[in-house]
Design a protein around this ligand. Structure first.
Ligand code: HEM
Length: 193
């Protein structure tokens, strides 16, 4: 995966657990450098190793690390040169989810080795505020990250999101599916002036 992802993991660990935790993690994984180049593609195994080592070090399931990373990713990309892109691809959760494939396709112009996931939004019910999201990827075990991403997008659009995985892909393929429920937009607490 592109170094942008590994950098995001690094930033999350430093922000939440401190520099010493990152140093320990980087030593555990045997990294010979302290940072990643955002626009360089690294083997996927490195990203999985980082997640696995963080899980071991923090005595937390890898699923929880991935979920936390998904939440972090939304804020991190917005701060790492992709804020404008995030602003362009939708004014609300549903629009944004509908644009995810185009967003990743656009990124591919600058990141030719990108192997992006793809998504399909169905059963949007704006009265009940629910939808179904299908997630297709050649990579295994990243569904918890999608739950975190959805929660992070909920934070971004100030509409708290609950996502439940209702279908899991198999070793031979298929897709993960999530039932997504979002809440009313939180009203701005503004002065009446
Ligand atoms: C502007 C914001 C975003 C940027 C810059 C971005 C960029 C990337 C990059 C560089 C990768 C690594 C893929 C590779 O190197 O082959 C990736 C993977 C991924 N992205 Fe995005 N992304 C963004 C927003 C999102 C959002 C909002 C979601 C929400 C669902 C999402 C879902 C994923 C997932 C699940 C993966 C893991 C790879 C996989 O499933 O195979 N991304 N993205």
């Amino acid at each position: 995966m592109y170094g942008l992802v590994n950098r995001g993991i690094r930033e999350m660990v430093i922000k939440q657990c401190g520099d010493a935790a990152w140093d320990a993690l980087s030593e555990k994984v045997g990294l010979e450098w302290n940072d990643f180049s955002a626009m360089e593609s690294y083997p996927d195994s490195l990203t999985y190793e980082l997640v696995g080592a963080a899980a071991e070090m923090l005595d937390t399931p890898a699923e929880d690390i991935l979920k936390a990373f998904g939440r972090h990713w939304v804020l991190y990309t917005a701060r790492s040169g992709y804020g404008e892109m995030m602003d362009t691809w939708g004014d609300n959760l549903v629009e944004f989810l509908d644009s995810l494939n185009s967003l990743h396709a656009r990124l591919r112009l600058a990141m030719p080795q990108l192997q992006p996931p793809s998504f399909e939004v169905t059963d949007v019910d704006t009265r009940e505020k629910t939808l179904t999201l299908k997630y297709f990827s050649d990579r295994p075990a990243l569904a918890p990250m999608v739950v975190g991403l959805l929660e992070g997008l909920g934070e971004r659009f100030e509409t708290p999101v609950e996502a439940e995985q209702v279908k899991e892909k198999t070793e031979t393929g298929g897709y993960d599916e999530f039932f997504v429920r979002w809440a009313e937009e939180t009203a701005d607490v503004a002065l009446p002036c």
